[in-house]
Ligand binder design. Structure first.
Ligand SMILES: [Zn+2]
Length: 236
């Protein structure tokens, strides 16, 4: 019977490992997701800044062309001033000149604003690129390990299940059914060691006579209180 108990312990070991592997299917992708989230946020910010930089440069160029054109027109108007004949013509031209000057001034303000934005984008880009480089370097090994672990999960589970099938074939059917029933009912350990003269599962005190019987291990004993299979371990 001791062999059956030992086999049940081994089986429980395999089941615990299988449980851990199944949980890994959930938490490994979560860990990968959390680590990559920080990088993704930085990558998005970097992309935003790059797009803003291109757009602002394009805008600046367009406005500079407008200013250049307006300056030529302004020079032309000022030339015309020299040959003006009537007051009406004079008033009209002064109006044109004033509005061109106003437009040039506004556009120059806009160019200054855009140059500020361009400087800011360039600063952000170098800062973000540096940060990303550091984070990628720090996370690389960690992520590689997590991804490898995730990739090998299915084959590890298959191996364990194969090992489990092999083991269950060697275990007494009644003992196996008892084990499966307790494990399902308790949602965890079905075989527990005696600890300090008590059940290792629910801590209920076990009478000395029963402890002796469990120690002999000539049949399967279960805890009166929680129903788990009790085994003797040498440290007791
Ligand atoms: Zn118990």
């Amino acid at each position: 019977m001791k062999e059956v108990l030992n086999a049940l312990l081994d089986l429980q070991d395999i089941d615990e490992q299988l449980g851990e592997l199944e949980r890994s299917k959930v938490y490994l992708p979560e860990m990968i997701e959390n680590i990559t989230k920080e990088m993704k946020t930085l990558e998005e910010k970097l992309q935003e800044n790059k797009e803003k930089l291109v757009e602002s440069k394009k805008k600046q160029k367009q406005i500079e062309l407008d200013v250049e054109e307006d300056r030529l027109k302004l020079a032309k108007y000022q030339d015309q001033m020299k040959v003006i004949k009537t007051n009406k013509e004079y008033d009209a031209l002064v109006g044109e000149i004033d509005s061109k000057k106003q437009k040039i001034g506004d556009n120059e303000d806009e160019i200054l604003k855009l140059m500020g934005i361009i400087d800011e984008c360039n600063e952000n880009i170098s800062e973000l690129e540096l940060k990303l480089k550091e984070i990628r370097k720090t996370n690389k090994t960690h992520l590689d390990n997590l991804r490898n672990e995730l990739a090998s999960l299915e084959s590890k589970i298959a191996d364990k299940q194969e090992q489990r099938r092999g083991l269950t074939k060697t275990i007494d059917r009644k003992a196996l059914i008892l084990y499966e029933r307790i494990r399902k009912g308790k949602g965890g350990m079905a075989v527990v060691p005696l600890r300090k003269k008590a059940c290792g599962g629910c801590f209920k005190h076990i009478p000395p006579q029963m402890i002796q019987q469990i120690r002999r291990g000539d049949r399967i004993y279960t805890c009166d209180s929680c129903g788990r299979i009790l085994i003797w371990v040498n440290e007791e």
